[in-house]
Design a protein around this ligand. Structure first.
Ligand code: SAM
Ligand code: DTB
Ligand code: SF4
Length: 328
């Protein structure tokens, strides 16, 4: 009989000094080996079967000056998204209350901005953050680039987390976005961290990137100290009219592989199986949970594109024996 050594029972220490080769070796393991390891590590740091329910709301839709090749909200492309003004504080409050009554413990507000500008709109966003925080939910925003002062004001308003994705490797970034640089993203993330806000940072797979680009993205994320508390792994939602509208569909096994590697590299973080669940079979979603995903967006809509309905997700949770994370 084999005995488990004390070292094996100790949760492994968090590392921030991963070498690219180590990440490559983890990522390229036989898939079932990788999933097994990821699940073992997952159980050292998280309650098995528990998944956080997050609700996403687009508080300011479309007309964005950035040219992100995946995004239906970019003003550079002709899509069905109609640009709108910032929602009212009252409407957002009602949406957050509804999300909470449906079981969400995190509310994420997205704006199609390149960067935050000081003024009336930002003051309203701060009021939204205060409102959502007062409901006892984790509150997250994704508003584009920030300066240091804006990050501090969001922190004072009670913001839990700021979402700002690196999307892909530094090498592939220029093929996807030309209107900003990787360093711009890293700078905003630094301001967020310094303001004491937790970091939500991940990427998208299925944009024509290579395994090496996914390894490169994971390397960037896992080198952050501390790691992003929340790591959204999106599978590209292909939207007609965007340059990536006709991209090859993402291989769900690649999605599961990326999630498993993220779980191993950043054991204490929440890994979110984010956009793209509508194109994922129940079996593929199960693999992603096995790989260590423990957070999802639930509700009929992401920002501008559809997401599985609540009934469908309730059934999935029941059939997989998953539980929604209770109050945070
Ligand atoms: N404008 C802000 C920004 O880019 O940081 C916030 C909103 S933006 C829509 C938030 C994130 O959504 C992007 O960083 C990207 O990772 C993700 N996203 C946008 N369109 C997507 C798509 N079609 N499929 C998957 N993820 C997408
Ligand atoms: C993230 O990583 N994914 C979310 C959230 N952060 C803001 C956004 C997904 C957007 C999918 C496309 C849409 O609905 O417009
Ligand atoms: Fe604008 Fe964000 Fe969409 Fe890029 S991802 S076009 S920054 S809304």
């Amino acid at each position: 009989m084999t005995r488990t050594s004390a070292a094996e029972l100790q949760p492994q220490a968090l590392r921030h000094d991963w070498k690219r080769e180590e990440i490559r070796a983890i990522y390229h393991q036989p898939l079932l080996e990788l999933l097994f390891q990821a699940q073992q590590i997952h159980r050292q740091f998280h309650r098995p079967g528990e998944v956080q329910l997050c609700r996403l709301l687009s508080i300011k839709t479309g007309g964005c000056p950035e040219d992100c090749a995946y995004c239906p909200q970019s003003a550079h492309y002709h899509t069905e998204v109609r640009p709108g003004a910032l929602m009212s504080v009252e409407e957002v409050r009602r949406a957050a209350e509804k999300a909470r009554s449906e079981g969400a413990t995190r509310f994420c507000m997205g704006a199609a901005w390149r960067e935050v500008r000081d003024g009336r709109d930002f003051e309203n966003v701060l009021a939204m953050v205060r409102d959502v925080a007062s409901l006892g939910m984790e509150v997250c925003c994704t508003l584009g680039m920030l300066n240091e002062h804006q990050a501090r004001r969001l922190a004072e308003a009670g913001l839990t987390a700021y979402n700002h994705n690196l999307d892909t490797s530094p090498e592939y970034y220029g093929a996807i976005i030309t209107t900003r640089r990787y360093e711009d993203r890293l700078r905003t993330l630094e301001y967020v961290r310094r303001a004491g806000i937790s970091v939500c940072c991940g990427g998208i797979i299925g944009m024509g990137e290579s395994d090496e680009d996914r390894v490169g993205l994971l390397h960037q994320l896992a080198s952050m100290n501390p790691h992003p508390e929340s790591v959204p792994i999106n599978s590209l939602v292909r939207v007609e009219g965007t340059p990536l509208g006709e991209a090859e569909p993402t291989d769900p096994l690649t999605l599961a592989r990326t999630i498993a590697a993220a779980r191993i590299l950043m054991p204490a973080s929440r890994v979110r199986l984010s956009a793209g669940r509508r194109s994922l079979s129940r079996e593929s979603a199960a693999l992603c949970f096995m790989a260590g995903a423990n957070s999802i967006f639930f509700g009929e809509k992401l920002l501008t594109t559809p997401n599985p309905g609540r009934d469908e997700d309730e059934l999935l949770f029941r059939d997989l024996g998953l539980r929604a994370m209770s109050r945070v």
